[in-house]
Design a protein around this ligand. Structure first.
Ligand code: ADE
Ligand code: ZN
Length: 341
């Protein structure tokens, strides 16, 4: 297939994004604009020199830069502008539903109020719901390099905004910070009505995926790349219909895989795993949803049925109600039917 045809097909698919860190959608142009208006000196003297620094050998090297970028976010308007820029971008890519992460501790640790962060994000999400017809869920992530006690403080701060938050997640430096470190705060979060997800098996071993499922009781796994190493785990994912939110360009940029042709998503689909594709931190990894679909489809030779399955899986794995899921899934099927006419 011509690459322009593949791009056109991908553009037209109604898509759901389930793995996106809003701070990771911070494009250098907007970062410099906000840094200037907040009188903050970024450690880089131009957009070009910042972009040149976007070369990572592992997750930690990326996180070090990601946390520097986030430091320019001070006011509610900054969080609003960040979120709105992301939403208009993905709207242009025919993304119709998003479930996005935010990292409160990245900001509260710098003295920014939880309310400032969430008010800005929420206002942009509501505007997108009304003006762009994008539905959304919001997920608050605990930073796993910090203590469980710190996560408990974040849980406490979130409670006045509980009605805006659908779930909690676990992100940041995976190695050495296993899910088991957060058992109590995940249990408490569930008791407050939050749904549960966690990053696991991105750089970490299969054991971390087991811990996320058995100890934290998450309903889906963010990444989970390594699951094919463990047949018992594959059986569990299949029996319990547990989704993996994969991020191929992120995996490539963070050297989780050495080349796109080595990405496990095609094998996962062939095994019937509820695998989905997302963008993680698109401003840092060279692509939003369409680019992730495109690079994966090109490298692995995904056919239209596999592209359709990826899109359907994301709606199945989403936290939409069953009526909305059905509506989106039939739109995806109709889209592919018309392509085949
Ligand atoms: N925070 C932002 N992006 C992340 C990733 N890919 N893994 C872990 N934590 C993150
Ligand atoms: Zn992530």
């Amino acid at each position: 297939m011509e690459s322009s045809d593949l791009k056109k097909i991908i553009q037209g698919i109604p898509k759901a994004e389930l793995h996106l860190h809003i701070e990771g959608s911070f494009e250098p142009e907007l970062m410099f604009e906000i840094a200037n208006r907040n009188n903050i000196d970024l450690e880089y003297d131009s957009i070009e020199s910042l972009k040149k620094a976007y070369k990572f050998n592992n997750l930690q090297e990326f996180l070090d830069i990601y946390y520097i970028g986030a430091q320019v976010l001070i006011h509610e308007q900054d969080f609003y502008d960040l979120t709105w820029a992301y939403l208009t971008k993905v709207h242009s890519q025919n993304v119709v539903h998003v479930e996005i992460f935010f990292d409160p501790q990245t900001h509260t640790d710098r003295g920014i109020g939880f309310d400032i962060v969430i008010n800005g994000i929420y206002r942009a999400l509501e505007k997108a719901k009304h003006e762009l017809n994008i539905s959304y869920k919001l997920i608050m992530s605990y930073l796993r390099h910090l203590s469980e006690e710190e996560a408990f403080k974040t849980l406490e701060s979130s409670l006045p905004f509980k009605h805006w938050i659908d779930g909690v997640g676990l992100d940041s430096s995976e190695l050495g910070n296993p899910p088991s470190k957060f058992v109590n705060v995940f249990e408490a979060s569930a008791n407050h009505g939050y749904k549960l997800v966690a990053h696991a098996g991105e750089e970490g071993p299969v054991d971390y995926i087991w811990e996320a499922l058995d100890l934290l009781k998450v309903v889906r796994i963010d990444h989970g790349n390594r699951c094919l190493d463990d047949e018992t785990l594959v059986q569990k994912l299949l029996e319990e219909n547990i989704a993996l939110t994969l991020c191929p360009l992120s995996n490539l940029e963070l050297k989780v895989i050495q080349k796109m042709e080595a990405h496990p998503v095609k094998k996962m689909l062939q095994r019937g795993i509820l695998a989905t594709i997302h963008s993680d931190d698109p401003a840092y990894f060279g692509g939003y949803m369409n680019e992730n679909y495109y690079e994966t489809a090109k490298a692995l030779g995904l056919n239209n049925d596999q592209l359709m399955q990826l899109a359907i899986n994301a709606f199945k794995a989403s936290w939409l109600d069953s009526e909305a899921k059905e509506k989106h899934i039939s739109q995806v099927k109709n889209y592919f039917n018309t392509l085949n006419l």
